[in-house]
Design a protein around this ligand. Structure first.
Ligand code: SAM
Ligand code: SF4
Ligand code: SF4
Length: 353
């Protein structure tokens, strides 16, 4: 039986937190700052041509800051900037400086492919960015180029090195693809350890944009773990996952890594994440077909109207997209290329991953 809670209730001691229909609190916000990208990863942007969001629709930095303040007042404490490739957005450190000052935001992270990171790292750090997640799918130049569509492995590695040299905490994200980079998992684990970063191995997801997705290309959590045990010996599961997407493990030498099994072992029950696209659409789930237009309210209403709208939308949230996909049994990509051209908001690179 479902228990319906009031959308705004008091969690723990003193901070008001919005809760959705399944009593999941609103704690985490991912804001996409651009839908453009300088790579073409096959699991995310495999098509030849894309329809981009009109520039005039993009939220400016003051709008993103107002929006974040409203989300923070509803319970969000963790903020992640993403894209497309967020480092393509001009003046990003200025935005980070603005966001850093918002009361309630204790963690400000960025997800990037690192191509522009070597030059940007210092200004990101100075602006107050807390940490970085870098997507890296291969250490072999030819495989990197095949998966990412560009021969840019050295540039990505230079970005990671620059960030680590400055002391940035870094996590590395690898989408594990059968027959493509699954044999590289042990080497990626060693590389992550050598640069002091934590590796997270991600199952290939059948999200919008992944038009080439098939279950045969997914390397399941169990197979990922088996490969690591074979190369690195026994591992121990860590407890205390909370609402984090990654299950964490520890090797005998203390090396930690994570597995994000969204495809075969979804974690919707604890999902506390909202996503806002660069043009101000709120999505309640990676798999949601429809978003909620916040830009119009931002541009015509006051912050109280925005706050009431977000609280109402989150309060009615029932989304459990990955669990529903799993229950389908036979799965095909979420959207066809034609549907994605009709509505680019369905794309993973638009809603930010
Ligand atoms: N461009 C940045 C990057 O790649 O880090 C940020 C945006 S990207 C959409 C965010 C994350 O989504 C990346 O870590 C990427 O690996 C992940 N992603 C995209 N498509 C995916 C898919 N089909 N399955 C699993 N993860 C995916
Ligand atoms: Fe670009 Fe990131 Fe998508 Fe790769 S995963 S195409 S880097 S948005
Ligand atoms: Fe959250 Fe949707 Fe992902 Fe489930 S599928 S964890 S509800 S974003």
């Amino acid at each position: 039986m479902e228990i319906r809670l009031d959308p705004l209730f008091l969690m723990g001691c003193d901070s008001p937190v919005s809760a959705d229909f399944h009593a999941r609190p609103l704690r985490s916000l991912r804001i996409s700052v651009t839908d453009r990208c300088n790579l073409r990863c096959g699991y995310c942007m495999p098509e030849k041509e894309y329809v981009w969001l009109p520039k005039s629709d993009l939220l400016d930095f003051d709008e993103i800051t107002r929006l974040t303040r409203v989300f923070a007042s509803l319970g969000v404490s963790r903020l992640r900037l993403t894209g497309g490739e967020p480092l393509l957005r001009r003046g990003l450190p200025t935005l980070i400086r603005q966001l850093k000052g918002i009361e309630g935001i204790s963690d400000l992270a960025l997800t990037t492919n690192a191509l522009l990171l070597a030059d940007a790292a210092e200004s990101l750090l100075e602006a107050g960015l807390s940490r970085l997640t870098v997507s890296l799918d291969s250490l072999d130049p030819a495989t990197y180029e095949r998966l990412a569509g560009q021969p840019r492995l050295d540039q990505a590695l230079a970005g990671i090195a620059a960030a680590r040299a400055l002391g940035f905490p870094v996590k590395l994200n690898t989408v594990v693809l059968a027959g493509e980079n699954d044999h590289e998992v042990p080497a990626l684990l060693d590389y992550a350890r050598s640069v002091g970063a934590e590796l997270r191995l991600i199952e290939y997801m059948d999200v919008g944009g992944a038009t080439r997705w098939t279950m045969n290309a997914v390397v399941e959590r169990a197979a990922i773990l088996e490969r690591i045990v074979a190369s690195h010996g026994p591992l121990e599961a860590e407890s205390g996952r909370g609402s984090a997407p990654a299950e964490r493990f520890r090797l005998a030498d203390g090396t930690r890594f994570g597995v994000i099994a969204s495809t075969t072992a979804p974690f919707c029950g604890s999902c506390d994440r909202a996503r806002v696209t660069a043009d101000g659409k709120l999505f309640l789930c990676l798999y949601a077909r429809e978003g909620h237009d916040l830009r119009t309210i931002l541009r015509s209403g006051d912050d109280e109207a925005l706050r009431a709208a977000v609280a109402g939308i989150w309060g009615a949230r029932t989304d459990r997209g990955a669990e529903e996909r799993l229950a389908l049994g036979r799965r095909t990509p979420l959207a066809l290329a034609g549907e994605l051209r009709e509505d680019p908001h369905l794309e993973m690179h638009t809603r930010g991953g």
